[in-house]
Design a protein around this ligand. Structure first.
Ligand code: PMP
Length: 433
């Protein structure tokens, strides 16, 4: 009798309903595949070159210095030296006064910043507009908050002159975008520069989004983790600086991307207190507090950058210069083997058209997995080269419209990029011989 009642109890679902349909995560799968099979990993977005000396030295100083309190808790919403320097930095960037205690909050990477935004601002039944292709966590995070994601795609317009496509050729259709806004819309997620395409939204495009946000009283969750990685003299424009947007925008940033130290997991949000006060409520009831030592070292990194702002020695000037060369190199080498690259205006990602290589990969008519996903798995297992399928950055409904592309990360040492290029060249030779 006892064992029967125990069994009956155990047949209840153990998981909360909010987890339904969000259990799959492509990174878990592809990171494992890359770890098992890849010789060259251009998949997940992290640099394989060292973080800058000044940052590593700051961490060493922090550890070995006399202040043993840096091993203890600090302020829950951000270590004071870090929120203070972030406030000073963003005052410069946004041209407005900021209060470090109410306009800035430190998080465990940009990822937790995003989670705080959705939990704090999105209610059951609210709609959140997401521009496709998108950094994949936005969708499950909206759903976990009880919201409904509404997708609007960037539409590719290939140049007619046979030139390589640029991320700027992927554009929103203004009428389509406008049609997604309604009284149910609570927020739009903007990610410029965009992962995976590397698109840097123009002033005109941001103006269109801003106008719709103001008209429909919609919030903007602005993921700007690649703010310093912009090429060809382009400028990253902050939507919060457009008319009517500061009061409705949360800016999200990441020390991981900014200082090439993704493992540190230090991120932040900058925005008006009327929004940030609710993010603080989520933060204090979940993570509460981020690692003090990492925050202290990032604060020192920002103090250096504040001093060198705009100067040639600034890391925020040097890093994009170096990455632009890596981008150009990878563009050339992909173009050389016929894997047409879409030239990114920003970020350290590059999307390439795999059409000419697709025929090498066996088709499986019984599978409903998008073809680019099977292609990427085949490529890492058979060629040792890891990349991420573009369909991973689309909603379920639109996944099958974009299965001709894979995303490479080019924040890599020259030797890594060269090894990738060698694999592709050998592959091409095998195809033609
Ligand atoms: N947003 C975007 C667009 C990203 O690409 C990433 C990292 N890949 C994040 C947020 C998360 O950043 P972090 O590592 O600081 O949590």
């Amino acid at each position: 009798f006892l064992s029967h009642s125990l069994q009956a109890k155990m047949s209840r679902p153990v998981q909360a309903r909010r987890l339904e349909g969000i259990d799959k995560n492509i990174w878990v799968e592809f990171v494992k595949l890359a770890a098992t099979y890849s010789k060259v990993n251009l998949g997940q977005g992290f640099p394989d070159f060292p973080a800058p000396d000044f940052l590593r030295e700051a961490l060493t100083r922090t550890l070995s210095g006399g202040n043993h309190m840096l091993h203890q808790y600090t302020r829950a919403f951000g270590h004071p030296p870090l929120v203070e320097v972030l406030a000073q930095f963003f005052e410069k960037l946004l041209g407005r006064d900021l209060d470090p205690m109410t306009n800035v909050m430190v998080t465990v990477g940009a990822y937790q910043a995003l989670f705080c935004c959705f939990q704090a601002l999105v209610d059951e039944g609210d709609e959140v507009i997401i521009i496709e292709p998108f950094f994949d966590c936005y969708e499950p995070m909206v759903k976990m908050a009880g919201g409904t994601p509404v997708f609007v795609p960037l539409r590719p317009n290939p140049p007619k002159d046979g030139k390589l496509m640029s991320s700027a050729d992927w554009q929103l259709d203004p009428a389509e975008l406008a049609s997604k806004f309604s009284e149910r819309t609570k927020a739009i997620v903007l990610n410029s520069p965009n992962n995976p395409l590397g698109k840097v939204f123009s002033h005109g495009e941001l103006g269109l989004i801003a106008e719709l946000c103001v008209k429909h009283d919609v919030l903007c969750i602005s993921d700007e983790v690649y703010e310093w990685l912009v090429y060809d003299g382009k400028q990253h424009i902050r939507i919060a600086s457009l008319q009517g947007m500061w009061e409705r925008t949360v800016i999200i940033g990441s020390a991981g991307k900014t200082f090439s130290a993704t493992g540190w997991k230090v991120g932040w949000v900058v925005g008006p207190d009327r929004l940030l006060q609710h993010l603080r409520t989520v933060h204090q009831n979940s993570v509460y507090h981020c690692a003090t030592i990492a925050q202290e070292a990032v604060a020192q990194g920002f103090q250096r950058e504040l001093m060198l702002y705009g100067k040639p020695e600034s890391y925020f000037v040097q890093l994009p210069k170096e990455l632009q060369q890596k981008r150009d190199w990878l563009v050339q080498s992909l173009d050389g083997v016929g894997m047409k690259p879409i030239i990114p205006e920003g970020t350290y990602f590059l999307v390439a058209d795999i059409s000419p290589f697709k025929s090498d990969v066996p088709d499986d008519p019984n599978s409903n997995e998008p073809y680019d996903s099977r292609f990427a798995k085949w490529m890492v297992k058979n060629k040792g080269l890891a990349a991420i399928p573009l369909s991973a950055f689309y909603s379920e409904a639109h996944k099958n419209n974009y299965t001709n592309f894979i995303r490479f990360c080019f924040a890599k040492e020259e030797a890594t990029l060269k090894a990738a290029s060698d694999i592709l060249q050998k592959w091409k030779q095998e195809k033609t011989s």
